[in-house]
Design a protein around this ligand. Sequence first.
Ligand code: G1P
Length: 293
Amino acid sequence: MDKKRVRKAVIPAAGFGTRFLPVTKAQPKEMLPIVDTPAIQYIIQEALDSGIEEILIITGRNKRAIEDHFDTSVELEQLLQQQGKKKQLDMVRKLADVKIHFIRQKAPRGLGDAVLCAKAFIGDEPFAVLLGDDIVYNPENPCLKQLIECYDEYQGSVLGAQFVPDDKVSSYGIVSGKKLSDNLYHVEGLVEKPAVGMAPSNLAVLGRYVLTPDVFEKLENTKPGAGNEIQLTDALADMETDIYALAYEGIRYDTGDRLGFLKATVEYALRNELIGEEFGKYLAELDIESVKN
Ligand code: G1P
């Protein structure tokens, strides 16, 4: 059998961002800036750094800003050219160079339904899914690259996972499986957002997947599950082909949540070339009690 390469990625970005209202009422949560870059741009960069060649973003109503961000902006380019701002010009041109396609999910029927919208784009190839809320920091070895290497070796779907504390299991898809090596598990069961105390383990699926295309047939037959939504986890739990869970290396931020977003902002600001040092000094000297009073 021919080995197929993971060339395409899907980024579901149709969610309403209800955890982050009111800011998400009229603008996509994926466009909220982490320092000076929209959250989704970090994710697209990770995909490109992992060898992905084509990206499909699943959008919905109110998500026009994402399309504009990755489109050519003639007026802005002209202005930057006139002003001789070469660095900024290169930056905006590069954004429009990425091969990105868009499709709209017609109704918010859940992550599984969003991924199903990618069926025609993907065809009969293995593909990556990167969730728009999850940013993973690993400059040496991008998270998705770790999953793709695992797929290349095992030729089965790979879920990107990490261990979470007991009180957090009910926020995630949880894996049960057989340990194959330090960081790799053969998945035997999957449950979406189990109640605390009911989870089969603490290994949570966190925002990254490499999936084989047989998932689409399962998604077409998946009934609404947790939260009355069509869950990707339920379709995966139903698959006959092998699935692995890789405990990936990297710092994962949930930017769809207020606290996760702020942690990402602070830590990316500290790493930032332009402001990192000064911001670090500011934080070190910050008198938290006096700010609160
Ligand atoms: C989704 C998935 C869940 C996964 C989580 C974090 O849930 O359904 O299995 O663990 O993302 O990647 P959501 O956060 O969209 O409710």
